[in-house]
Design a protein around this ligand. Structure first.
Ligand code: G1P
Length: 298
C-alpha cells in the first residue's frame, strides 16, 4: 500500500433548517440547541478533535452565523470575566476555543441534499482524505466514533463508514450497508443503499453519520443526479466511488443520539445529565418519581 495520507480535516454540514424543532429553531440554528451545557455542534467538534483533526470546516447556510460566533473568541465576555476574576468560566471558555485559523466556513446556497452540502466543501478540503461528521448524531463514548474509524483507516486506507445496528423496521429512514468479509478491526462494505423501501434493506447496519472519504468523492458529487427525496445523496456518490476504491465498515459500540429528532434530543439530555455529578442525584430522583407516578396511575 502506498503511504497513507493523514486525515487532518473534518467537514460538518450545518445548513439544515431544523423544521422539526420549530419554533425553537426560528432564530436559533438546530446545531446550537444545547445538550446539557454544550450546543449540539460542539459534541461533533470535540469528537473530531479527540481523533486528531486539526481543521474544522463548516458548511453553513443563511441564519447560521451564530455558529461562527460560537467558535470565535468572545472578546467582550472574556474581558468582563477577567475583570470579575471568574477563573472557572474563563477556563471553560478557553477549553473549547479553537486556535486562530483552525476553522473555515462556507455556505450551501440552496438545500439540495447532503451530497451537495459535502460538495460545497471541496475547495476547503482540497486533495486529501477527510472526516465527515453529521452533527445531529451525538455520540457518547470515551474513545469517540471518529477515533475508532481513524484506527481502522490506519490499517486499511480507503474510505470508512461507521455503522450501527438498528431495528429492521427503521432501516428505511437511513442509509444502509451490506456487510462483507472481516478486514482488520472492521469489514468490507459490499453494497449500500439510501433509505431502502421497507423490507428491502440488505442488512440492519445503518450509516450513522460518520465517514472518512477520499477526495475523489467531490468529482462524483458534482455529477451526481438527485436520488431519494429528490436530493443529491452522498450514499449514491459513494456507491459509484466504491467501483474504483475500497470502503470499509466500522461498527460503533457507544451510544448514539439522533438529536435531529425530539426523542433523541431529550434522551441525549437525560444521558448526559445522569453523567454529571453536579445534577445527577436531582435528575435521577425526579425521573424515578415521574416514572413511578405514571406507572402507578396506569
Ligand atoms: C443522512 C444520510 C444517511 C444516514 C443519516 C444518518 O440522512 O444520507 O445515509 O444514515 O444521515 O443520520 P438524513 O438524516 O440527512 O436524511
Amino acid at each position: 500500500m502506498s503511504e497513507l495520507k493523514r486525515v487532518r480535516k473534518a467537514v460538518f454540514p450545518v445548513a439544515g433548517l431544523g423544521t422539526r424543532f420549530l419554533p425553537a429553531t426560528k432564530a436559533v440554528p438546530k446545531e446550537m440547541l444545547t445538550v446539557l451545557d454544550k450546543p449540539v455542534i460542539q459534541y461533533a467538534v470535540d469528537e473530531a478533535r479527540k481523533a486528531g483533526i486539526e481543521h474544522f470546516i463548516f458548511v453553513t447556510g443563511r441564519n447560521k452565523a451564530v455558529i461562527e460566533d460560537h467558535f470565535d473568541l468572545a472578546y467582550e465576555l472574556q474581558d468582563t470575566l477577567e475583570k470579575r476574576d471568574k477563573k472557572e468560566a474563563i477556563e471553560t471558555l478557553s477549553q473549547y476555543q479553537p486556535r486562530p485559523g483552525e476553522t473555515s466556513f462556507t455556505r450551501q446556497q440552496a438545500p439540495l441534499g447532503l451530497g451537495h452540502a459535502v460538495w460545497c466543501a471541496r475547495e476547503l478540503v482540497g486533495d486529501e482524505p477527510f472526516a465527515l461528521l453529521l452533527p445531529d448524531m451525538v455520540m457518547k463514548d470515551e474513545k469517540g466514533c471518529t477515533s475508532g474509524m481513524i484506527d481502522l483507516y490506519n490499517q486499511t486506507g480507503g474510505n470508512i463508514i461507521a455503522t450501527e445496528e438498528v431495528a429492521w423496521e427503521e432501516t428505511h429512514q437511513y442509509g444502509v450497508i451490506e456487510k462483507g468479509e472481516k478486514v482488520a478491526s472492521g469489514f468490507e462494505v459490499t453494497g449500500m443503499v439510501e433509505k431502502p423501501a421497507p423490507g428491502t434493506a440488505p442488512s440492519n447496519l445503518f450509516i450513522n453519520g460518520r465517514y472518512i472519504l477520499q477526495p475523489e468523492i467531490f468529482d462524483l458529487l458534482e455529477k451526481q443526479k438527485p436520488g431519494a427525496g429528490n436530493e443529491i445523496q452522498l450514499t449514491d456518490a459513494m456507491l459509484t466511488l466504491a467501483k474504483s476504491q475500497k470502503f470499509y465498515g466500522h461498527v460503533f459500540e457507544g451510544e448514539t443520539f439522533d438529536c435531529g429528532s425530539k426523542a433523541g434530543f431529550i434522551r441525549a439530555n437525560i444521558a448526559y445529565a445522569l453523567d454529571d455529578p453536579g445534577i445527577r442525584g436531582e435528575v435521577l430522583s425526579d425521573l424515578k418519581k415521574w416514572v413511578l407516578s405514571r406507572f402507578l396511575s396506569l
